[in-house]
Design a protein around this ligand. Structure first.
Ligand code: ZN
Length: 475
């Protein structure tokens, strides 16, 4: 397998320049032509805008599509969780900023993702922005310039259209664009969104609403309530604090008071859930047709609660986990014989990155892994990989997470199970680094035909708009 000639840079491929690192793990040195590793699809470069019709003609359409987004989950955030949970990492790389030499650790994928059929990377750029793979690995500050936010990234993944930061389900001219939940419903399927942050926050919003500004939380929640969605679940309960404590008066930050009252008074068309017991029951018991769930917390299920944030010891809120919500959502959606679409977000991974909280990062990314495991189990017991397509990816990296040390620093994360790995963040904001992409099951191979480029470190990559384009092409 050969990398495209245009990304072969002598500076990045001379094996003699690889430094000797004294790390207590097996290191495998790769020169650039070898970066298409085992388990990574052939770096086939396709035109930037793929033709959906061509995809549809070749592969059977998946009945169900499940998109799981770790917000702010770059390769290193995922590995931080893998190291903490299993003592394993899959994508650790050291790059010498002055010589460009690349050293790779031998990797073991977390079990939740090990069986993926397709393992790629994704370009996350917002409308008008670019990503230059060579520049990203020769200048440490390159990926800090002009990164996407979650609104533009969710809109790109949900609609196939690039837009400006802050925009929800609208193009750069503020024109609404059909999203994947609407497409699912238009093709006779059911649809829903699940998140560990407020239901009207940017990522679920990009899949369910059309608003010019991500800050219009209440209007976004109203879009969701007026939609034909079958599932909306997350945080954002007006009566509870970040510590799962009842407030003396409600705070209607994430939905209008009148909409909350309609939900509570059973006049919204949805079955309303709030207590942990009701979410637990939904995960295993009978399922109503439509569910709107607001866990009894203000902004996140766990990340914003009190207690230590540098380690994992703080007492957890007694609210449903992302995995429990995921099981409940699948229980509602799988009643539709025509299939469904659901977006499940580990939203507070990003919040932990913004706050540079090591303990909360491994907790949140670990909770996301548990939600992936719940999906795998559902597919294998209630559906099959022949009829269900699972995509696991991120909207962008945040925090510029690396191994411990000051910048410029492309060093490896190392560690063992049960310990929070030593690590350093290099921003409190987002970066334009490529993020991981996994696809498993029905028609997963369609994504290998959507590769648009080759990164010297991360290998072949897609554009984030390909998620909608490939699914829409298949449907
Ligand atoms: Zn963010």
């Amino acid at each position: 397998m050969e990398a495209p000639a245009n990304v072969m840079k002598d500076r990045l491929m001379n094996p003699r320049q690889i430094p000797s690192l004294s790390l207590g793990i097996a290191l495998v040195a790769f020169s650039l032509p070898a970066i298409a590793q085992t388990g990574v699809a052939a770096p086939r470069v396709a035109p930037a805008s793929i033709a959906p019709v061509a995809v549809a003609g070749q592969l059977k359409a998946p009945k169900n599509v499940i998109v799981m987004i770790g917000d702010g989950m770059g390769f290193n955030q995922l590995d931080a969780a893998g190291l903490y949970r299993y003592g394993t990492s899959a994508a650790q790389v050291a790059v010498d900023a002055s010589t460009g030499a690349i050293v790779r650790a031998s990797g073991t994928q977390v079990p939740e993702l090990a069986a993926a059929d397709v393992k790629l990377a994704v370009r996350t750029t917002q409308f008008g922005a670019s990503y230059d793979p060579a520049a990203a690995w020769s200048s440490f500050g390159y990926v800090l310039k002009n990164p996407t936010d979650s609104a533009a990234a969710a809109t790109a993944m949900a609609t196939g259209v690039k837009t400006d930061n802050g925009a929800i389900g609208v193009d750069p001219n503020n024109v609404p664009v059909q999203n994947l939940t609407e497409l699912a419903i238009a093709t006779g399927r059911s649809a829903g969104v699940v998140t560990s942050v407020p239901i009207s926050h940017a990522t679920p919003a990009g899949f369910t609403a059309h608003e010019s500004s991500r800050g219009s939380y209440q209007a976004i929640a109203r879009d969701q309530l007026r939609s034909k969605l079958s599932v909306v679940m997350g945080a954002g309960n007006p009566w509870y604090t970040d510590n799962n404590k009842l407030r003396s008066s409600a705070k209607y930050t994430y939905l209008y008071k009148s909409d909350y009252q309609k939900l509570r008074d059973r006049k919204s068309g949805f079955t309303y859930l709030a207590s942990k017991a009701s979410f637990d029951k939904l995960a295993t018991g009978a399922a109503p047709k439509r569910v709107f769930g607001l866990a009894r917390v203000a902004s996140t299920l766990q990340q914003k609660r009190s207690g230590t944030t540098s380690s994992t010891g703080a007492k957890r809120n007694a609210v449903p986990s992302l995995a429990t919500m995921t099981k409940g959502a699948l229980n509602v959606l799988d009643a539709d014989r025509d299939g469904f679409f659901v977006m499940i977000e580990g939203g507070a991974i990003d919040w932990a990155n913004h706050a540079n909280q090591k303990g909360r990062l491994v907790e949140e990314a670990g909770d996301f892994l548990r939600a992936i495991a719940a999906v795998n189990t559902w597919v294998e017991t209630k559906s099959s990989w022949d009829e269900t397509l699972l995509i696991v990816t991120a909207d962008h990296e945040s925090g510029y997470l690396t191994g411990a040390g000051a910048d410029p620093n492309w060093t490896m994360l190392t560690g063992r199970a049960g310990s929070v790995p030593a690590m350093s963040w290099h921003t409190g904001g987002h970066t334009s680094q490529l993020v991981p992409f996994y696809a498993r099951g029905s028609a997963a191979s369609a994504f290998t035909d959507a590769v648009i480029g080759q990164d010297p470190v991360r290998g072949p990559y897609l554009d984030n708009t390909s998620i909608q384009k490939v699914v829409a092409g298949l449907w």
